[in-house]
Design a protein around this ligand. Sequence first.
Ligand SMILES: Nc1ncnc2c1ncn2[C@@H]1O[C@H](COP(=O)(O)OP(=O)(O)O)[C@@H](O)[C@H]1O
Ligand SMILES: [Mg+2]
Length: 268
Amino acid sequence: MTSIFPEDKPGITKEKPHNAKIIIEDLSTWFGRKKILKNISCYFEDRNVTAIMGPSGCGKSTLLRTMNRLNDLIGNFKATGKIFIEGDDILRPEANVYSLRAKVGMVFQRPNPFPMSIKDNITYGPSLQGINDEDEQERIVETCLKKAALWDEVKDNLDHPAPNLSGGQQQRLCIARALSVNPPILLMDEPVSALDPLSASKIEDLIIELKKEYAIIMVTHNVQQAFRVSDQAAFLYLGELVEFDKTKRIAEAPADDRTEAFITGRIG
Ligand SMILES: Nc1ncnc2c1ncn2[C@@H]1O[C@H](COP(=O)(O)OP(=O)(O)O)[C@@H](O)[C@H]1O
Ligand SMILES: [Mg+2]
């Protein structure tokens, strides 16, 4: 794999990936004629949390959704460049979107449980993959709910409708559902910004726990949250990757005025 990471930008790390699950090379995207992401190269390491931060409208969700080919559904969307996920360039037209989605779990800003029972939310994906054995399904339900720190609260009510849970519980259920097909990568788009502070901090703790097993990429416009939770961070500004490095370095010594303005609250 050729590497084209820019060496000449002060905010971008010169370190090469060690154990990256995702490597992005020269990614640009458009909605119609409007260029949204501008020649982005970066990578996301396994067993790590990377925060993608930046002001509203800078392209964070677009970047995340491009990694899961979710923008394909939008007619005027176009992407150039490469996104290697476990070595496979998922932007190739012939890339298998189903096997991609099995590698990449997604959690959205608003909890979106299916209108079915707690248990069925979790067995839905495995069933589609042909896992219909009841013991096996029960094992998956318990494992995923435990990983999502929800098991103790719902274990006696697995047949209750998921939409009756509180917002924070619903979001943890959505995390459990994303884990149900055992993807190595979790994409989270502002996963706590619609929640109350207590639920949000529970999910932050959960993300820190989950990174022992997964590559986690979390979009947030909340700088303090990015600093609390992430190991690496990317700062996007108007579609440009301005900064990409260890979170600690960016927090202590932002290399670009725009990053400094964002983390000190002057923009965003
Ligand atoms: N479906 C779409 N069609 C056209 N433009 C879009 C669409 N989705 C997002 N955009 C534009 O792309 C830019 C980046 O949006 P987005 O990725 O949602 O930003 P963020 O998540 O950082 O707030 C914005 O200018 C937004 O208006
Ligand atoms: Mg967004």
